[in-house]
Write a protein that binds this ligand. Structure first.
Ligand SMILES: [Fe+2]
Length: 395
């Protein structure tokens, strides 16, 4: 069904931009604008691990991330961006593995190369970045506490990546408005403050409302970015995946005329649309196939989102992600009275479905429920989580 991914293009929105002239620093309306979008890199500094047995076991039994290769992954992303030279890069949170200060500082050094090349880098913190209790250093079979990142420290370390040069900043969070083009702003909404983790505070929402009103009065279009999703990306990815007060956030975005939000956190590549607002969830950069997104806004005002992937450590990423699914479904079916060849078909189907789902490659033209393998799951595994999960993917 799916072994290796191909580049796919998805047009998600088209809108008409006003034709005002440019200012000194920003691109004028009427010029193409390209944004590279990365999320959930979960970078760990090589200073924090010896890649020894404890670290390896933790990663291999985790959620499919290729954490031992985030150094190469981050470098590959930086190289790609330097080569392609987009106007801006947005990193929508979970920059660090588990909120280690050393990881943030080392990642910043890599991002500095982009800034030095004249590419704007704009970030928001993720839930793993701020005051996260699992920040650690790994050595052999031992684990040691590592310095975490407070909200204030994140603001200090990453100030060059959103806050400095912003048109407006919220005082209580890492939320800001950045002018991308003179007819296009980015509204970055921080949903991971120490005071209200998982939510956009009432104060930040009031501030956002004022910014969106200003944009409307100036005829400026606004794209927003959040770490957690504003819309559920599936029936199973609502609680814990969307912003806690998503209804209020959506209401502010919609009444402010925002049509497109960029998010991450769920680690899968997916698009949800509801009542004129599209939430594009870009897949985690450290999960197969090492996703990033490209948003092109042309001079006519058409916005096109393309999903792409990094051409490094693909085999290891594929093995990591599929290995976990294979292991879990094999164990589940082990004691069931199913002929071995049929059991193998069911396991392979689960591996392919899960991989296609996470990488945003499920084929809308394929009737998955008509496949022989689907019928086997219906016959032997209808009572399982996996059957329920397959249905949620297609629904
Ligand atoms: Fe997250």
């Amino acid at each position: 069904m799916l072994k290796r991914i191909k580049k796919a293009v998805l047009t998600v929105m088209m809108f008409s931009l006003c034709g005002c002239s440019g200012t000194a620093d920003q691109k004028p309306a009427g010029e193409n604008y390209t944004i590279y979008i990365g999320t959930d890199l979960h970078y760990i500094s090589p200073q924090l691990t010896d890649y020894g047995p404890l670290f390896t076991e933790m990663i291999e039994t985790g959620d499919g991330k290729l954490t031992e290769h985030t150094e190469e992954i981050a470098d590959a992303f930086v190289e790609t961006v330097l080569k392609e030279k987009p106007d801006a890069v947005i990193l929508s949170g979970d920059l660090t593995f588990n909120g280690e200060m050393l990881s943030l500082q080392d990642l910043k050094v890599k991002l500095d190369k982009l800034r030095d090349a004249g590419i704007k880098v704009l970030v928001v913190p993720g839930n793993h970045d701020i005051a996260y209790g699992f920040a650690a250093r790994y050595e052999g079979y031992a684990i040691f506490k590592a310095d975490q990142i407070s909200q204030q420290q994140f603001r200090e370390v990453m100030s060059a990546y959103g806050m400095d040069g912003a048109l407006s900043k919220d005082s209580s969070s890492f939320s800001y408005v950045y002018e991308l083009r003179d007819d296009l702003w980015l509204l970055a909404l921080d949903c991971n403050t120490e005071a209200e983790p998982g939510s956009v505070s009432a104060g930040a929402l009031r501030w956002a409302e004022i910014q969106l009103k200003k944009a409307k009065e100036s005829g400026v279009h606004v794209i927003s970015v959040t770490h957690q999703n504003v819309l559920p990306q599936s029936s199973m990815l609502a609680d814990g995946f969307i912003i806690n007060n998503a209804a209020q956030v959506l209401s502010v975005l919609r009444s402010g005329g925002v049509q497109l939000n960029l998010s991450g956190h769920s680690h899968l590549q997916h698009v949800s649309e509801e009542n004129g607002l599209t939430d594009i969830c870009t897949g985690s950069m450290s999960v197969y196939p090492l996703r990033y997104g490209i948003l092109n806004i042309d001079k006519e005002g058409n916005a096109v989102y393309t999903k792409d992937h990094l051409d490094v450590v693909q085999d290891a990423a594929y093995e990591r992600f599929t290995g976990r699914t294979r292991e879990q479904t094999s164990m589940l079916l082990e004691d069931r009275n199913i002929p071995d060849d049929q059991k193998e078909k069911m396991v392979t189907f689960a591996v392919d479905m899960n991989t296609a789902y996470f990488s945003g490659e499920l084929d809308p033209e394929t009737d998955y429920r008509a496949l022989e393998e689907w019928k086997l799951w219906e016959q032997y595994g209808k009572d399982t989580f996996w059957y329920f999960y397959f249905n949620s993917m297609l629904d």
